[in-house]
Design a protein around this ligand. Structure first.
Ligand code: SAM
Length: 437
């Protein structure tokens, strides 16, 4: 029986073999640890991926096509088929692969939702190549002054460099769609290419600013601290500015103004901050500045806190690029050095509030971890806190963060210890061996 394409699932199948091959090439499958294909359908792209990937995961929602793919690739142990909805895909188990890339000729009806699900940090995706309606691709890649420039351009480009690679006409699909398509490539924006800012606030301001395109921003955005005039003077733009007239960099600067961050430089830690220095028995023997403590490997004290929610998931943070040690690797929910004279318990409560905006009356001590090179010569106390509400992290300390089921972290730590701060791994092993004992 011949297959009837389903409009509801956006089934427009590619019929041009050379074009399919060219699209598959753009993700450079042979150098990836894992490639995820969204909506493989009848396998037009898959045919050019299956023998070139170390791991290929096919995510197909269609009840007929998914079993057919299972059958077709049953002899290829490097291909796994997930009969699932890509808009609800849980990407957390993919971190353990490292270099994860994603590709797809996306069903147009849910293209935006798929992009949001897979490209919003925190995500393990490092590169993406998607085919979508040309009009959406234009918006994704647009710069200030271009026709398609708007909220979508900004929300995506704050995280990704977006390049429109090629326009694709309707006649290479069956059935033919009504409009042109295009292929876009996403590569992560260089860390530090934008100054730090509060991302949820940026997203809110951009959405409000573009909610009525023709209106002036001053009538759409909340009252600016020190008034609208101070804000536009700071940006060097007219009072009557509209959302679409500000570049990404200016939107970031506008967000920083609302945060009161506009005159602050993005400093990581201060080398002059003072710590207690301790002996091999964790007794205080003096005080020294942070820079010297780290440079000379002096023993000192730090607390790590694991925050768990009701489901038993743990919140992990990816450290900011501004950190002087272990930048851009994953770490405990919150962690920090004890101030001079501060107790571990007080430090735990303070760090939770400063780093991830969580207020708790107390934490529970879980373990003592001795000072070794692995902890950076820190005597660590590991504490536990429980929290179910939102997490609001400090953007100069943390790049991004999310909740993980502990078994997913177990696999990830085993497969890729290099993705984590070494002190975190000590804490993780102490906690997991105690909870399995
Ligand atoms: N990759 C194939 C090609 O290029 O010929 C098919 C592309 S077709 C435009 C979109 C594919 O996505 C279809 O196979 C459709 O069944 C699948 N699909 C639609 N909605 C989906 C969803 N929410 N999750 C996963 N796959 C979906």
């Amino acid at each position: 029986m011949s297959f009837q394409p389903k409009k509801s699932l956006g089934q427009n199948f590619l019929t041009d073999v050379n074009l399919s091959r060219w699209i598959a090439d753009q993700i450079e499958p042979q150098t990836a640890a894992c490639v995820i294909e969204i909506g493989p359908g009848q396998g037009a792209l898959t045919a050019h991926l299956a023998d070139r990937c170390e791991n290929l995961v096919l995510v197909e929602k269609d009840n007929e096509l998914a079993p057919a793919l299972v059958e077709r690739f049953s002899n290829n142990s490097r291909v796994r088929v997930m009969h699932a909805d890509a808009t609800r895909l849980d990407l957390r188990p993919f971190y353990r692969f490292g270099d994860v890339r994603i590709i797809g000729n996306l069903p147009y009806s849910v293209g935006g939702e798929v992009l949001k699900a897979v490209l919003t940090p925190a995500t393990p995706i490092r590169h993406a190549v998607f085919m979508l309606q040309k009009e959406v691709c234009d918006r994704l890649a647009a710069n200030v002054g271009d026709d398609g420039y708007g909220g979508l351009s900004l929300l995506v480009q704050q995280h990704w460099d977006v390049k429109l690679l090629r326009i694709v006409p309707p006649d290479v699909f069956k059935p033919r769609p009504k409009v042109d398509s295009a292929v876009v490539k996403f590569t992560p924006r260089e860390p530090g290419s934008l100054p730090v800012y509060d991302r949820p606030l940026f997203d809110r301001l951009v959405r409000q600013g573009f909610s009525q395109r023709r209106k002036q921003l001053k009538n759409l955005l909340p009252d600016a601290p020190d008034g609208w005039e101070a804000l536009v003077n700071h940006l060097g733009v007219p009072l009557t500015i509209r959302a679409e007239e500000l570049s990404l960099q200016q939107w970031v600067e506008l967000t920083r103004f609302y945060e009161g961050r506009q005159n602050k430089s993005d400093a990581g830690q201060k080398a002059t901050e003072m710590f207690d220095v301790v002996d091999e028995n964790n007794r205080v023997i003096g005080q020294q500045p942070r820079g010297k403590v780290h440079a000379e490997g002096l023993r000192h004290r730090a607390v790590h806190i694991f925050v768990l929610n009701k489901r038993g998931d743990i919140y992990l943070q990816k450290r900011s690029h501004l950190k002087d040690v272990h930048p851009l690797v994953w770490d405990s929910s919150a962690a920090g050095h004890l101030d001079v004279g501060e107790s571990y318990a007080t430090c735990a409560i303070r760090e939770l509030e400063e780093e991830i905006g969580i207020r708790v009356p107390e934490t529970e001590k879980l373990a003592d971890i001795p000072a070794t090179e692995r902890t950076g010569m820190e005597f660590v106390e590991l504490h536990l806190a429980r929290h179910d509400g939102p997490v609001h992290y400090a953007p100069d300390e943390i790049d991004c963060g999310t909740w993980f089921p502990p078994p997913v972290v177990d696999e990830w730590v085993d497969a890729r210890p290099e993705d984590f701060a070494s002190g975190f791994i000590e804490c993780w092993r102490a906690w997991r061996s105690a909870s399995h004992a």
